[in-house]
Design a protein around this ligand. Structure first.
Ligand SMILES: N[C@@H](CCC(=O)N[C@@H](CS)C(=O)NCC(=O)O)C(=O)O
Length: 218
């Protein structure tokens, strides 16, 4: 197998980067990581030097560059078994859910940006809370339908895609069902997640616009 390097953004803020990083950890493939500090002068040029997408994450496979968290996860699932559910219907549903987690829930994403160091109890806007309720419903139904602690029973790529959202519920103290809360604790107690979080906690870079959203540090 070619050498793998995952190019990522700041661990405190880059929700997109966290997903394939978790998938890579679960794949047990060895990989290097290259962190590019986001939103500082010259950062976009560095991203565009990797791929035309101009975004992270990017998986470097030998000399090839693969952008997009879901494309990277799909590539890894081809290389390593069991990263998607084994049941074909569940596999298809898990894939569709990942796409939805990429494209939908805009209100939740915009009003509650991932910020692992953040803890606030400020009341969030109605549209954000509605988006959260919708996600809680989808996740709770899947958890009820499957045995095990994860959306489709065993851990799969959909759980990696859910993890940055889990942190938002905690950072912004967003109301949730008991089932959702238990699931969030599972994701945020995961040893690979905790390694990522530990790195985020000691990062020195701050994005004031994100840190100050909804009342600043509290
Ligand atoms: N659909 C892409 C989105 C990636 C994305 O938007 N990444 C953000 C980092 S969290 C980024 O690179 N932002 C820099 C920019 O857009 O200039 C994926 O799933 O990887």
């Amino acid at each position: 197998m070619n050498t793998l390097t995952l190019h990522i953004g700041n661990k405190n803020y880059s929700s997109w980067s966290m997903r394939p990083w978790l998938v890579l950890r679960k794949s047990e493939l060895s990989f290097a990581e290259n962190l590019i500090q986001l939103d500082v002068p010259g950062f976009k040029d560095k991203l565009l030097a990797l791929t035309d997408a101009g975004t992270v994450p990017v998986l470097q496979i030998g000399d090839d560059m693969l952008p997009d968290s879901l494309a990277i996860s799909d590539w890894l699932a081809q290389a390593v078994p069991n990263l998607w559910p084994t049941d074909p219907k569940d596999k298809e549903r898990a894939h569709r859910l990942c796409k939805q987690l990429q494209d939908d829930f805009t209100e939740l994403r915009n009003h509650a940006p991932m910020n692992l160091r953040r803890r606030t109890r400020t009341k969030m806007p109605k549209s954000c809370l509605e988006s959260a309720v919708k996600m809680d419903g989808i996740f709770s139904d899947l958890l009820s339908e499957h045995d095990g602690h994860f959306l489709f029973g065993n851990w799969c790529i959909a759980d990696a895609f859910a993890t940055p959202y889990a942190t938002r519920f905690v950072s912004y103290d967003i109301p949730r069902s008991h089932k959702m809360d238990t699931y969030i604790s599972e994701l945020m107690g995961d040893e690979d997640y905790l390694d990522w979080e530990a790195d985020a906690m000691v990062e020195v870079w701050e994005l004031p616009d994100t840190d100050l959203i909804y009342g600043g540090r509290s």
